[in-house]
Design a protein around this ligand. Structure first.
Ligand SMILES: [Zn+2]
Length: 101
């Protein structure tokens, strides 16, 4: 998986298409990411105590990495991630501006 926690990405599909958000959670096994404040679902929870109303809780739902694209923090463009080998280490770079991301 090329994306990391804290990366800024843009949604390519769904009701939040075009919106940007930060990755707050990764699920490499499922190829999914959770974006801060995006792809929210509302969940109605029942009250555990009698006489109290249930609550509506908004929660981020994971989205497939295929439906997000990385936004470069250097050039601000929607880009793809590439790699450059620098000595022994592999550096993640923006394919548009070639700087490290
Ligand atoms: Zn860039």
């Amino acid at each position: 998986m090329k994306l990391r926690k804290g990366d800024n990405v843009v949604m390519l599909s769904g009701k939040d298409r075009g919106k940007q958000g930060k990755i707050i959670m990764l699920s490499p096994d499922a190829n999914k990411v959770v974006l801060e404040g995006l792809n929210m679902i509302k969940r109605h929870t029942k009250s555990r105590q009698q006489g109290k109303a249930g609550q509506i809780v908004s929660k981020e739902r994971a989205v497939s990495i295929a439906s997000v694209a990385m936004v470069c923090k250097n050039c601000g463009k929607v880009t793809r991630v590439g790699y450059r080998v620098d000595g022994k280490s592999k550096i993640r770079i923006c394919k548009k501006c070639q700087t490290e991301v």
